[in-house]
Design a protein around this ligand. Structure first.
Ligand SMILES: [Cu+2]
Length: 150
């Protein structure tokens, strides 16, 4: 099962609706460059050793709906580098998910105290994972459910 989140992006560009579905930037740049009213929901995700804290809930699931435009605000509040991969079938040798649901977007890597935001619109339902593939982190439990509801 592959989910291509860029199908909708292409469609929207063609029809001229001013929304950027996938981008990475600092939160201040988002405010300057994009229309915040187009974003349905914002979820804050903190990275630390060795977990994701989703809107204040340590180890909580990220739950999205097909068709909603959501911004995930990541911040690394830990003491080492963390990353965010989205998908299924962890490959601990190559340090990635075999099934990357954000492809061709690869991953987000944040240094200590780093922040970044990812805005997108899921196009297909499914139950996946958000995981960190810095060495030993996924194995230590740095993963949470990433659920897209129909
Ligand atoms: Cu990590």
């Amino acid at each position: 099962m592959k989910i291509n989140l860029f199908k909708v992006a292409s469609l929207i560009v063609l029809t001229g609706v001013a929304v950027t579905l996938v981008y990475l930037s600092m939160p201040t740049a988002i405010t300057q460059a994009h229309d915040q009213s187009l974003i349905d929901r914002t979820i804050n995700i903190e990275m630390s050793e060795f977990t994701f804290t989703v809107d204040g809930e340590t180890g909580g699931a990220v739950t999205l709906k097909v068709g909603e435009t959501v911004t995930l605000n990541f911040s690394n509040v830990g003491n080492t580098v963390h990353d965010a991969h989205f998908g299924l079938e962890a490959n601990l040798n190559d340090r990635l998910f075999e099934n990357n649901i954000m492809a061709p977007f690869d991953m987000l890597v944040l240094d200590r105290e780093g922040t970044a935001s990812l805005t997108f619109t899921p196009t297909e339902a499914g139950t996946f994972e958000l995981g960190c593939f810095q060495f030993g982190h996924y194995e230590a439990g740095m993963k949470v459910p990433f659920v897209i509801e129909a």
